[in-house]
Design a protein around this ligand. Structure first.
Ligand SMILES: [Zn+2]
Length: 181
């Protein structure tokens, strides 16, 4: 259900703000070094998904054929499952991961495969959720560029994160809304 809502929001985002998002979150495009993340906040819920070439996370895109490759894959999946360490949020927002959807890539015959993952968080005080610090670039040096799109009730934006810039500021409510002390 959440996945459906997130997909809907992302489709809506792409439809409404056009070129920028189309460039930064190029769905379906497989470019080594580039991954994409979508962050959707709705009430107390935050849903995040990740998509991109498996090579960005594990360094290869074929079925693991050695114990070392199996270990690399298992380690990457373990890191991905700890969403609380991948996506840091303001402590006062009191966000906790409630579920993670992480599974091995479907290794295809064409030599390329993608690895997708998703997480759901619940935030005790969403009004304090002003930023998300994305640690994917630090944990996975194979990601050089992370196209990030954000949808919240206050608006939407798209940014490209690089190893030097990991923090996404979430759209703030329009003036007159949410500005009370
Ligand atoms: Zn590839």
């Amino acid at each position: 259900m959440r996945k459906i809502i997130l997909s809907f929001l992302l489709v809506t985002t792409m439809a409404t703000s056009g070129r920028l998002l189309a460039e930064t979150r190029s769905a379906g495009k497989h470019e080594h070094g580039s991954s994409s993340v979508g962050i959707a906040v709705d009430g107390n819920d935050m849903a995040i998904d990740l998509d991109g070439p498996a090579a960005n996370l594990i360094g290869f895109e074929h079925k693991p054929s050695t114990p070392e490759q199996n270990a690399v894959l298992a380690r990457a999946l373990d890191v991905l499952r700890v969403g609380d360490a991948l996506f840091l949020t303001p402590p006062e927002a009191n966000c906790r991961m409630v579920s993670a959807g992480v599974s091995p890539p479907e290794f295809g015959a064409d030599g390329h495969s993608d690895l997708e993952a998703s997480w759901e968080f619940r935030c005790g005080k969403p009004s304090a959720l002003q930023w998300v610090d994305v640690q994917l670039l630090a944990k996975f040096p194979g990601i050089a560029k992370l196209a990030t799109s954000i949808v919240t009730p206050a608006g939407q934006k798209a940014v490209v994160l690089t190893p030097g810039t990991t923090r996404v500021l979430l759209p703030r409510p329009a003036s007159g809304l949410g500005s009370a002390p």
